[in-house]
Ligand binder design. Sequence first.
Ligand SMILES: *[C@@H]1O[C@H](CO)[C@@H](O)[C@H](O)[C@H]1NC(C)=O
Ligand SMILES: *[C@@H]1O[C@H](CO)[C@@H](O)[C@H](O)[C@H]1NC(C)=O
Ligand SMILES: *[C@@H]1O[C@H](CO)[C@@H](O)[C@H](O)[C@H]1NC(C)=O
Ligand SMILES: *[C@@H]1O[C@H](CO)[C@@H](O)[C@H](O)[C@H]1NC(C)=O
Ligand SMILES: *[C@@H]1O[C@H](CO)[C@@H](O)[C@H](O)[C@H]1NC(C)=O
Ligand SMILES: *[C@@H]1O[C@H](CO)[C@@H](O)[C@H](O)[C@H]1NC(C)=O
Length: 554
Amino acid sequence: MWRFSVHVWTLWLLFAGTFSEDDLSSCEKQPCQNGGLCESHDGAFRCLCSQQSQNGRLYGGDNCTTAHSGCDDNQCENRGMCSPLLVHGEHTYKCICIAGFTGPKCQTPSVFSFETKGYIYVETQLLDPEAPLNVTFSFRTERPYGTLLQRRVDDLLLSIELTDGHLGLRSLEGQGSSTLVQELPEYLSNNKWYTVEASLGGAVSVIQLLYTEESGTRASISEVQLLEPAPALPEPGSVRHSLFIGAVRGNWSSGGGADEEDHPSAFLGCFRDVLVDSRLVLPSAVPGGSDAQVNVSEGCSDRDRCDDSPCQIRGRCVSQGWRSYTCECFRPYEGDDCAEEYVTARFGNQDVENYASFSLDDEPGDSVNISLFLRTRQSSGLLLTLANSTSQYLRLWLEEGRIKVQVNNFETLVGRTAISDGHFHLVTVMLKGMAAMLFQSARNQGHMFIRPIDAHTGDLVSVGGLPDSRVSASFGGYFKGCVQDLRINNKRLQFYPIETPVESYILEQLVNVAQGCSSDNACAVNPCLNGGVCYSMWDDFICNCPPNTAGREL
Ligand SMILES: *[C@@H]1O[C@H](CO)[C@@H](O)[C@H](O)[C@H]1NC(C)=O
Ligand SMILES: *[C@@H]1O[C@H](CO)[C@@H](O)[C@H](O)[C@H]1NC(C)=O
Ligand SMILES: *[C@@H]1O[C@H](CO)[C@@H](O)[C@H](O)[C@H]1NC(C)=O
Ligand SMILES: *[C@@H]1O[C@H](CO)[C@@H](O)[C@H](O)[C@H]1NC(C)=O
Ligand SMILES: *[C@@H]1O[C@H](CO)[C@@H](O)[C@H](O)[C@H]1NC(C)=O
Ligand SMILES: *[C@@H]1O[C@H](CO)[C@@H](O)[C@H](O)[C@H]1NC(C)=O
């Protein structure tokens, strides 16, 4: 059970030598029970009760005969240790909390974390603005970079930052660039707890590593004053002194000067037992939130976020260190968690104009990768052209169900297998310098030598056909089918934009192109003869023929 250090014993022994015979006499009767030590003066005695439990109990009272019962009904939470007390004859107790908890019963966690960029604003106006601020805190992270703390004193910005796993103190005066004041030699970005004491803003600002997890020392704070959370961020400029746990950008930290590039990355990780001038900072549970604290989470969970399988549709989750991840999505899925799908565009009719056009706003030059998902049952149709003001230097169309690629009106490459089977196919055309290659679902369909193209800003990408129906007709007519997730060099060409912001080329025209990939109702015209029953398929039908008849449309 409860064991306590034996400082009291040693203290007594130190003084034992000075006691006289007389003094000891009142102790001869050995009035102190349960391992208590007797101390006598002026004929009276006093018992120093043992702080080690006797038969599982601590004793107090004049003769160490009163069993402490304050902890019989241990009320300390979160593995806090209960220490029984006898105060004015009343049995009571005190909880000694493990690091990360506070309050009379250790009921309040003092651990919080930043899972994304965030901060807590601490109102230092209430403290002495001129005096150096004494801040102690423990932190834990795997990330080698991040801003843990920022203190502004007039024109001076002091920040505690991790750089390459080393904790440093930087100062930035006015609009200048920041200088490294001090750097700790230890590597601290190893997911262990470290405790740091900092004195910020006095004549000399310093940081100091107090102890590490290995050294076994644990802070036990159970009775501390809480620093009242600030209700809101004050107006920029109205406060000359501020303290931020985490990192804040803009006027708060930079004095309006330095731009985003100058700032180190946000701290992602956990804080514990943050004391500002001996007052504990806790994230407040403000319902609805306040701008005085942003993106703060209670607790410190170091579970790999990828364990939750956040990436949808088999997207691959890649851990990015402490509690962060990215998803590598399979096409045509997109978004942080791959939950969004690119909107399919339906080109409906071969006989009616339908096309879309986009303009290039960059300089791909002679390197152009075009890829798209394609679904059709038509064996011919114009898929895509790339043109500048004088020539269509790239064309893709369908002929006998196969993809044809033509560069500079001349060199032509043809797919080996037909794709007009009503299923989606990923088609990729790669042009680089003097080489052109065609892929269907990652299968190489062949390559050819070309005269290099030169794609420029302002060049037009037309999909599904061209405004000029005669030109369209000479390459199989308007396309009928569906296109999804069209990209040129990883930049998207979106017919109907998704919510996730992605880099896209500008849509110029969208003529008779619908959203989705609905089917023609091919059975509507009763194609099955002789009483056959028509079943609809995507852009097609099948006839279930009566006995003695056969064929598609009998
Ligand atoms: C403590 O011991 C003394 C001497 O033995 C005795 O006179 C006294 O009554 C005891 N006090 C208590 C509270 O038991
Ligand atoms: C809070 O987190 C969100 C999501 O990561 C981020 O977009 C936003 O910028 C953060 N807010 C601040 C003030 O850092
Ligand atoms: C900073 O504050 C100044 C004036 O107080 C304002 O003009 C400027 O736009 C602010 N800059 C930023 C980045 O908020
Ligand atoms: C700073 O605060 C810590 C925790 O409250 C305290 O232990 C330490 O003595 C203080 N240091 C100074 C220099 O005031
Ligand atoms: C258009 O492209 C062709 C082939 O790449 C090129 O020869 C021609 O100079 C380009 N015209 C303009 C105006 O850029
Ligand atoms: C085109 O794709 C190939 C293969 O994926 C890649 O190596 C190349 O960098 C891409 N080119 C451009 C300009 O994106």
